[in-house]
Design a protein. Structure first.
Length: 68
């Protein structure tokens, strides 16, 4: 059961260009969101947008070999 829930997440991470960097950024975003700060939501917005950018940055598809 757990394997069927984790498989789509692992497949999504496999398509990302920088999966480790996305994971670090998303973890920092959650940690930063839970800790209080002096300027509310300024750094949360930056980290959230960075995580969203890294989530959309997929690997490039290999071009098809030329046919002769």
């Amino acid at each position: 059961m757990l394997k069927s829930l984790i498989a789509p997440i692992v497949a999504y991470f496999a398509k990302l260009r920088f999966p480790v960097l996305f994971g670090i950024t998303a973890t920092l975003f959650v940690f930063d969101f839970l800790t209080p700060d002096f300027i509310p939501f300024a750094d949360e917005l930056i980290l959230g947008l960075t995580a969203a950018l890294l989530a959309r940055w997929k690997k490039r598809k290999d071009p098809d070999p030329p046919t002769t």
